[in-house]
Every structure is written in C-alpha cells, then in structure tokens.
Design a protein. Structure first.
Length: 147
C-alpha cells in the first residue's frame, strides 16, 4: 500500500491543491528543461492560429511556387485583393512572409526555408494521414484498413 511519503515523492504540486503523479522523473526533468519560454510558446501559438485559416493557407501554398503580387494571389485564391492584402499584412507582421516593393507593386514571398519546410511537412502529412483516421471526418475507413 502507498503511504503519504511515497505519494509525495512521486508527485509535483501543481495549481492549487492539484497534484500530478510523475512516472519518469528523469524524463520529466529533461523535457521541462527543453521547453521553450512562455513568450516563445505564445508566439508559436499565434503563428499556428494564422495558419489555421484556409484562406491564408491557400496564399501560403501559392507562395510555395515563388514570389507573387497581390493581384495574382487574389486570382489564384479566389479572394478579393482587399482580403488578400489583409491576410498578407497579418502574415507579414508574424514574419511568415516578406514583401518586396517595385514601384507601386508589392511582391510577396515566404519568409524563409523554415516556413517552406513547415508547409511542405504539413502537405506531406495530409497525404500520409487518411481522412478516415481522424474522428472529425465523417467518411468510413477503407474496408481493408485493419488487415
């Protein structure tokens, strides 16, 4: 049976009176030390929030093919130039895209190889993860899925 000392040695006090049992202290210590700072996590959450919008994702996928102006991005995405400009302004503020101006024209491109890699990995992932594997998708799994 557990006594109070054993329970205390396997727990970390959390918020209030909540305690969480730690199974592998060494692993928890390593992972806790590797966690990014809170402001970095918040910035990352903001970027993923930006990427959660299908219209912005269409623009970013289009920019995988190279630099494009607002007019061309609007034509490719089916959005208005005003909406495209608004999305690009948000993406630029979070350093996801960069702008190059040539006279009155503004040309946008992905900010760097990290953004390209994130998009490439996500696109590859959806190609390897069948929609039926996700419970939020209504289609049934293939008949031979469990073979």
């Amino acid at each position: 049976m557990n006594d109070g000392a054993d329970v205390a040695s396997n727990s970390v006090l959390g918020l209030g009176d909540c305690s969480v049992r730690i199974v592998d202290r060494d692993r928890v210590a390593i992972v806790a030390a590797a966690m990014p700072a809170e402001n970095d996590v918040a910035e990352l959450a903001d970027i993923f929030g930006l990427l959660a919008d299908p219209a912005r994702l269409r623009l970013l996928v289009a920019l995988l093919e190279g630099e494009m102006c607002v007019c061309d991005l609007a034509a490719v995405s089916g959005a208005s130039e005003s909406a495209v400009s608004h999305h690009l302004r948000l993406l630029r503020a979070h350093r996801v895209v960069y702008v190059r101006r040539a006279g009155r024209m503004a040309y946008y491109r992905l900010a760097d190889a990290h953004v390209r890699m994130l998009l490439d990995v996500a696109l590859t992932h959806i190609g390897h993860a069948p929609a039926a594997a996700h419970p939020e998708h209504a289609s049934p799994p293939p008949e031979n899925a469990h073979e």
